[in-house]
Design a protein around this ligand. Structure first.
Ligand SMILES: [Zn+2]
Ligand SMILES: [Zn+2]
Length: 167
């Protein structure tokens, strides 16, 4: 994964700084789709001079290079995902946990004309919503007011949406 990262950064003619390496490694080593604050908090331990702005700009750069994607669970901060294999997400409406799963039938979803008329479809991403196993069993973290409100409106429902990428 790091080789691919270094090759892509090198190809783009971007300088490979220790801070950028640490930021990418932090996203890549985690599977919980950390938000920018969480990435910043951990990277700062290793790179004490890193700023939130540097983290933000590095993630925007990686996103432009296709190395990370931004995940936007409704009602939660943007999170970052270094898993570039086709996959889908389960989002917990109570704690915001965003979990990966793979399912080939979703990868191959037929695109209706109403969507293809909007632009060229390059990828499909299905987001399922509900309660994660921890929250469903009552052992999840205490819900914040915002998340609780969110869950109140969405509990028991699961919806999906496909992302259309226009290039
Ligand atoms: Zn949860
Ligand atoms: Zn993911």
């Amino acid at each position: 994964m790091m080789e691919r990262f270094e090759a892509a950064v090198h190809r783009a003619g971007v300088k490979l700084t220790p801070q950028r390496i640490a930021i990418y490694r932090e996203v890549a080593r985690r599977d919980d789709h950390p938000d920018i604050e969480a990435i910043f908090r951990n990277v700062r331990r290793e790179q004490p001079s890193v700023s939130l702005d540097t983290v933000y700009r590095a993630l925007a750069l990686f996103s432009g290079l296709g190395l990370v994607t931004m995940v936007r669970p409704r009602g939660y901060n943007v999170r970052f995902d270094a898993n570039t294999n086709p996959h889908h997400h389960f989002v917990c409406t109570r704690c915001g946990a965003t979990l990966d799963f793979e399912y080939r039938d979703f990868d191959a979803l037929r695109i209706p004309e109403s969507a293809s008329a909007l632009g060229r479809v390059d990828s499909r991403h299905v987001e399922l919503r509900g309660l994660c196993a921890r929250c469903a069993s009552g052992s999840g973290p205490a819900a914040t007011a915002k998340a609780a409100n969110n869950a109140h409106h969405q509990r028991g429902t699961s919806s999906h949406r496909a992302h259309i990428t226009k290039k």
